[in-house]
Design a protein around this ligand. Structure first.
Ligand SMILES: Cc1ncc(COP(=O)(O)O)c(C=O)c1O
Length: 490
């Protein structure tokens, strides 16, 4: 009898490599065998090509005034890079799955919650993993059909669950209490949504605690190794014939690939156990989450999807033999390397012998880097006033942001060609969890985000993904519509 209660209660020569370990190529996992990373070779892929496109885009952004004295910061998105990475993801899993296996790659919307980006990915055959009503609304606004959306958040309200089921969006329940809510909804109407349960395989964490979701005490999912939990989960499935999916996501940046694969293996073993006890293929789909780490130290896209897919195929061969459908939920690895933040250097000064470039990119666009620089180091690329790669001897300098606190630094003590007033600095690898994640410190405006690609005449064309926030919008979003509300009420 189960006792589990579910807790009812490219141009890297010009930069100094970032010194945190998490972004190391390959994520530090040392997997034997397999072709070299970066071998997928889809058009638009490749470190050199990515760097070249970036340099052209920076120059064009300055020339075309997307970044200039009155618009000192912007996010730029490499559309060819997005397409190439989506193709690499699809190809990686196609190479290891039995023909005809249903596979849904659902982009973790939290990584880049921008509607045109979701649309672009949808056009590349990538759906959406959403974790809030806002993200669901964005996916729907992008035209992603309900059948290609998965809802995963750890704190879904009854109304959110009802809406998801009404739409036919797949739902992964987080815990026994949520499962009880699903019970009630399923009793009132036969759901069209595929429904699953998230489990925490408790295989351990990676180098960034805040992003490690498979620790013993993680808040996510049913903690599988807790006393009685496994039997409780099996019974939960046997009692609910409509529970057909099983979900796990062991963590994100900083997770060794082997640990992620071990988490998937645990989920697979559990699915096998459920199906054996049920005497049928009740669990028909495994949702293996996302979490592929990103290399923040160079333009190389490592580790690759191909490498991870091969590792999974070696670790959990039964997952790919056609008996299970697959869902993946990659976020950072799809978009990070496709984006950069470009900012103008407003002032160049010195303090205590340290050169400091005061720019317009800081905590509002790179929140994690500013507050946790050891875990989230970013490369810095120097460009001159015309947006050309800056040459010259390296000088150790700080790259500071515009916010009014001393720690607002994009990089500290970094060796770069000396940045001067009117120059530009780019932070690459910021297409996920950076420029789309505005932090409103000092009421700094959300910068515009622009997708770039060839203009057909040898130049670069930009398309607006998100308009820069206006001062009127800042005032309106800050209660400006009812300035006297407090003074009049009391
Ligand atoms: C359930 C789930 N799936 C997918 C992701 C995406 O992870 P990543 O962006 O590292 O691929 C996350 C990240 O928080 C998550 O919680």
């Amino acid at each position: 009898m189960a006792t589990y209660t579910g807790g009812t209660g490219g141009r890297d020569a010009r930069t100094t490599a970032a010194d945190g370990g998490e972004g190391a190529p390959g994520g530090g996992e040392g997997i034997p065998g397999g072709a070299a990373d970066g071998a997928e070779g889809a058009p638009g892929g490749g470190a050199e090509a990515r760097g070249a496109r970036r340099d052209e885009a920076v120059r064009a952004a300055v020339e075309q005034g997307l970044v200039g004295p009155d618009r000192p910061v912007a996010g730029l998105l490499d559309v060819a890079g997005v397409r190439a990475e989506a193709a690499a993801l699809r190809a990686a899993f196609e190479a290891v799955t039995a023909p005809g296996t249903p596979v849904l790659h659902a982009f973790a919307v939290k990584a880049t919650p921008l509607v045109p980006v979701l649309r672009l990915l949808h056009a590349q055959g990538v759906g959406a993993e959403v974790a809030s009503p806002g993200e669901l609304a964005l996916a729907r606004a992008a035209g992603v059909p309900a059948s290609r959306i998965v809802l995963d958040s750890p704190a879904k309200t009854p109304a959110e669950l009802r809406e998801a089921l009404a739409l036919g969006v797949a739902v992964n329940a987080d815990n026994p209490q949520e499962l009880a809510r699903l019970d009630a909804l399923v009793r009132s109407a036969q759901p069209r949504s595929p429904l699953g349960l998230r489990v925490n395989p408790q295989v351990g964490g990676g180098s960034i605690g805040a992003l490690s979701t498979a620790t013993a005490t993680s808040k996510f999912g049913v903690a599988l190794r807790d006393e009685g939990a496994r039997e409780w989960v099996v019974r939960a499935y046997l009692d609910r014939p409509w529970l057909t999916r099983l979900h796990t996501h062991s963590g994100s940046q900083g997770m060794p690939l082997e640990l992620m694969a071990r988490g998937v293996a645990e989920a697979y073993a559990l699915a096998e156990e459920v199906n054996a006890r049920a005497g049928r293929r009740q669990v028909d789909t495994l949702d293996i989450g996302g979490g592929l780490p990103v290399n923040f130290a160079s333009d190389e896209q490592t580790p690759t999807y191909a490498r991870y897919a091969r590792l999974l195929a070696r670790t959990v061969p039964g997952l790919f033999d056609g008996r299970y459908g697959l869902v993946t939920e990659f976020g950072r690895s799809l978009l990070a390397k496709q984006g950069l933040v470009l900012a103008r250097v407003e002032y160049a000064k010195t303090a205590g012998g340290r050169a400091i470039a005061v720019t317009h990119a800081g905590v509002q666009v790179a929140t994690r880097t500013v507050y946790a620089p050891g875990s989230w180091p970013l490369r810095m690329l120097a460009y001159d006033a015309k947006g050309r790669p800056k040459q010259g001897p390296d000088v150790v300098q700080d790259v500071a942001g515009p916010a009014c606190f001393a720690g607002d630094l994009l990089a500290e003590g970094r060796a770069l060609p000396r940045l001067e007033q009117g120059d530009h600095v780019a932070a690459p690898d910021t297409g996920a969890y950076y420029f789309a994640h505005h932090y409103g410190y000092n009421s700094l405006a959300r910068p515009g985000v622009y997708g770039f690609g060839p203009d057909g005449a040898g130049g670069v064309r930009f398309v607006t993904v998100r308009e820069p926030q206006t001062l009127d919008e800042i005032v309106a979003e800050s209660g400006g519509g009812d300035a006297t509300g407090l003074t009049d009420a009391f």
